[in-house]
Every structure is written in C-alpha cells, then in structure tokens.
Design a protein. Sequence first.
Length: 143
Amino acid sequence: MNRFALILAVAILSASNNARGQDSKLVEAAKKDGGKVVIYGSLETPVVDGVIEAFRKKTGLNAEYWRASAMSVMNRAMTEYRAGNPLYDVVLNNSDPLVIMANDGMLAKYDSPTAKNILRIRSMRASVRSRGTASSESSITKV
C-alpha cells in the first residue's frame, strides 16, 4: 500500500503542478466554482489525507473525500454519471471497477508528465541494458 500511496501522491502533485504552472486559469475557475475537488475512492483515509494536504498547499483548492468499498464507489459514480449529474471530480479505485467505468465511457484521458518521465527513464535503461547485452553477445560469437 505504501508504494501505491507514493504513486498516488506523485500523480496528484504532478497534476497540481501542471494545473498551477500550465493552466492557472483552470485552478482559478475551480476556486470561483466552490474552490474544492470532490474525490470518491476506496483508499484508506489516512493515506489520502496527506495527499489532499499537499494538493491544498499546491493549488489552494480544498478536497472532499468520500470513502467506501471499491464496488460502492463504482456504483455511486456510475449512477451519478448515467443520471447526467456526476457530483465527483476524481475517482480513485481498484483496476477492475475502473475498467468497467472505462467501458461505460466515464474516464477522461490524462497524460501524466511524471509517467512520461518514468517511461522515458525506463526506456533509456532498457536501451543501455540491450547495448550491454549486445556487446557481450557479439564478443561471445567472435570467440
């Protein structure tokens, strides 16, 4: 759970950095529209509390967290979505309910700059490893 909490914190903080740095108009609009983000999730509240505090410091926006089981979160979000009145801004849930929600067209695309950096670093590492393997293999075939 600690690794997931760290990933979640990085994702939310990255989103808040981008919102503040690249789209301050969006943050200002959110402040005028009540100044809070509504989150539905199945993560333990103490884990989310730290992330919300960091988000609040970065953006100046408050966050309201409703916690329930993964299926209850999915059912509530889907009911609101299908009624045309979603009251949430973010859903944090397990992968299976999120797949069901994605199949229902409920998820928006989000390109995380942090994820792009992680993928870029992994790609660089793989490239270095493959070059190391290739040179070892070529030296073996020359013998």
